[in-house]
Write a new protein. Structure first.
Length: 302
């Protein structure tokens, strides 16, 4: 069955899905405390012929397909709301003192709609579609909990996809937007890199400067990106002088980011035949400055 036929079939379930979404909206729950939500989703899935599996503290999994060989594709929707009272004037306000202000009631409903379509066309699926109903997205814990519980195993997942609704945007209903560069594939992991000294900062930032310069110039030509290295020396120079001046972390980060932008711009400019002299000037300046700042930093450490 083609995409157009599936779309027409989905339209037949529109009113049913609206009712399900409004029920979920009225019974908003948060974090892992999703007793009513999970019970509702499980009952809906069972009525379609699935056998839902509990995963982690409050997650659910069902598989569609598996009758034909092929890869395993996971689709994921979150179920949790936010701990805030609803003030929106709608005909179906939340009754729990919590609110689906981020649209997860719609995500859960969309997953139920997908589950229904997949079940009705299960014999046509080449491979398996795994549906992941996730709790606790708002506190960045639900996905990790389900991964630890084995959501990506039995069968092993080859690829995954999720989407997020957007309100108040100048796009017609039904528009799907996929952003370039991975901006639509965010994670909830955070890390901090602390670099001490010229050389360590330089070798950490070379790959980043190269990648940015190639992205901006749209080329893999080494004659373009190699000039960014001199600008990266300048960035390292900033990174060393800032702690010497005892500036706070926030300002330090801003200065380092500014230096990196300068490095990319200078690298691109210096790659132009008429501006090759710019690279020689930058290299000489940054090498002298780098040696001076390294000596200053060494004296501080002592």
């Amino acid at each position: 069955m083609g995409a157009e036929q599936l779309l027409e079939e989905a339209k037949m379930y529109e009113q049913q899905l609206i009712e399900k979404r409004r029920y979920l909206h009225q019974h908003a729950e948060t974090e892992f405390d999703l007793h009513d939500t999970v019970a509702f989703v499980k009952a809906e899935l069972q009525s379609m012929g699935y056998e839902p599996q509990e995963c982690g503290k409050a997650g659910l999994i069902v598989n569609a397909g598996g009758k034909k060989s092929g890869k395993v594709f996971l689709i994921r929707g979150d179920m949790d709301a936010l701990p805030m009272a609803e003030q929106a004037e709608v005909d179906f306000p939340s009754e729990t003192g919590k609110m689906h202000a981020c649209g997860h009631d719609m995500h859960t409903t969309m997953m139920l709609g997908a589950a229904k379509l997949l079940k009705e066309h299960e014999d046509e699926i080449e491979g398996t579609v795994k549906l992941m109903f996730q709790p606790a997205e708002e506190i960045f814990e639900g996905a990790h909990d389900m991964i630890e519980a084995g959501v990506l195993k039995n069968p092993d997942v080859d690829a995954a996809l999720m989407i997020h609704v957007m309100a108040g945007q100048p796009f017609p209903a039904g528009t799907v937007i996929v952003s370039d560069g991975g901006i639509s594939a965010p994670g909830a992991d955070y890390f901090r890199i602390m670099s001490i000294g010229m050389l360590s900062g330089f070798f950490i930032l070379i790959p980043l400067g190269k990648k940015l310069c190639m992205s901006v110039s749209k080329t893999e030509n080494a004659s373009t990106w190699k000039y960014v290295l001199s600008g990266t020396f300048m960035l390292c120079l900033f990174a060393v002088y800032v702690p010497v001046l005892l500036i706070g972390d926030t300002i330090r980060a801003a200065v380092m980011l500014t230096g990196l932008v300068i490095a990319v711009v200078l690298g691109i400019l210096a790659s132009k035949p008429k501006l090759r002299w710019l690279n020689d000037f930058i290299m000489a300046f940054s090498m002298i400055g780098g040696m001076v700042s390294s000596l200053l930093w060494t004296s501080i450490l002592q």
